[in-house]
Design a protein around this ligand. Structure first.
Ligand SMILES: NC(=O)c1ccc[n+]([C@@H]2O[C@H](COP(=O)([O-])OP(=O)(O)OC[C@H]3O[C@@H](n4cnc5c(N)ncnc54)[C@H](O)[C@@H]3O)[C@@H](O)[C@H]2O)c1
Length: 359
């Protein structure tokens, strides 16, 4: 069982690349509650960049080339870890951290396969540590406000939830790095950026998925997996969910990151902008919400959960939830075999993700 934390939570940052830089802004903003005391990465350059970013806080960020050394040598000087590694390393790092009795904040996705998710679940439960899924877009103002409106009955029963995250990326195969291969990425766009619209969809629908149907394709990106996914979900409460996510094109003009229709109205929006049209009103009211740095809010929430012994908004279960849903669409280790699991009707563009579209 992990120890109760008093004072500041002390964190080891494992993986010091791109997204770790965004997390560090959270450690700067919430320095009274949480601090990074050690770094682990195979890249000295990346550790130095994070150390420089956090230098103003006055803490000592001891550096390790191997996260196992960080866990062993930091011992009781560490309460938690923040894992920002490539996808294929999430499972081993989470399990090592849990076995060392450390609380865990881990980037999405939870891991690559359901088998891995089960092993993680066991380790986290056995260790009695807090696991928080780094689902930063739950803190996006339009998502947080929409959830409040739905929960207070503002649009009645939810009938349809749409969730989108699309943008166009131009990169060479080399620039895609570990994201280019199925072995290290665990899929394509859908296990990466596609995780965001998926956990948002579940959060807003407030129900378990019952049936899933998906089409994946690769239109433009030089990667082994898909770069675009269109997914349809039927929830146990009867609501329909739609996910559109892509690295090949932007969000279609006139549509929003989230759009929810209920029997008493609708809400839709993107980022800090939200529209709410109760049934019977001709036009929607527009709400401009205060901007939020979602990564900073996520780190602040992790600190509060550790210091107050609270359960995170999205823990292990919700982290595994999109993974479970994604694997039903053939995104796991056995991509062919996983399609159609549990009797779900799965339609992919082609087997094992499509070849590049002919031009
Ligand atoms: N929430 C978001 O919006 C968002 C955005 C980008 C990335 N992410 C997630 O963050 C994670 C990391 O992505 P990134 O873009 O920062 O990747 P990145 O490649 O920029 O950083 C990964 C870091 O891990 C290090 N690393 C690789 N192998 C290692 C090993 N064996 N031991 C220790 N360190 C090792 C690399 O040197 C690098 O510094 C992924 O899970 C990704 O999905 C989330």
């Amino acid at each position: 069982m992990a120890k109760q934390i008093s004072g500041k939570a002390r964190v080891g940052l494992i993986g010091c690349g791109g997204i770790a830089g965004a997390h560090c802004q959270g450690y700067i903003d919430h320095a009274r509650k949480i601090e990074v005391v050690a770094l682990a990465d195979i890249s000295k350059e990346n550790m130095d960049a994070r150390a420089k970013q956090l230098a103003g806080l006055g803490g000592a960020q001891r550096q390790y080339a191997d996260w196992k050394d960080l866990l062993e040598k930091e011992g009781d000087k560490l309460d938690a870890v923040d894992i920002c590694l490539p996808h294929h390393l999430h499972r081993p790092a989470i399990i090592d951290a849990a076995n060392a009795g450390k609380h865990i904040l881990c980037e999405k996705p939870l891991c690559l396969t359901l088998k891995e998710a089960d092993a993680i679940g066991e380790a986290v439960k056995k260790a009695g540590v807090t696991y928080m899924s780094a689902h930063n877009q739950l803190f996006m103002p339009c998502v947080a406000e929409a959830k409040k409106i739905i929960t207070s009955g503002g649009i009645g029963d939810v009938y349809l939830v749409r969730s989108q995250d699309c943008f166009r990326i131009h990169r060479t195969r080399e620039q895609w790095g570990w994201r280019a291969t199925l072995k290290t990425q665990g899929g394509g766009e859908y296990i990466d950026t596609g995780y965001h619209p998926t956990y948002r969809l579940f959060y807003l629908a407030g129900s378990e998925p019952e049936a899933v149907c998906a089409n994946f394709t690769r239109l433009h990106c030089k990667i082994e997996g898909e770069d675009t996914a269109s997914v349809s979900v039927r929830f146990k409460n009867g609501a329909i969910g739609e996910i559109l996510t892509s690295w090949a094109f932007p969000v279609p003009t006139g549509s929003y990151m989230i759009h929810i229709l209920g029997d008493k109205g609708e809400i839709y929006g993107s980022g800090s902008e939200l529209y709410w049209r109760p049934e019977g009103y001709a036009a929607a009211a527009r709400k401009q919400l205060p901007n939020v740095n979602t990564f900073s809010a996520e780190v602040g929430h992790f600190a509060d959960c550790l210091l107050e012994g609270r359960r995170p908004l999205h823990g292990f279960e919700e982290g595994g939830h999109p993974r479970r849903h994604q694997e039903r669409q053939g995104m796991g280790e056995d991509r062919e075999g996983a399609a159609g699991v549990n009797g779900f009707n799965v339609q992919r563009a082609t087997s094992n993700c499509s070849p590049n579209r002919e031009r």
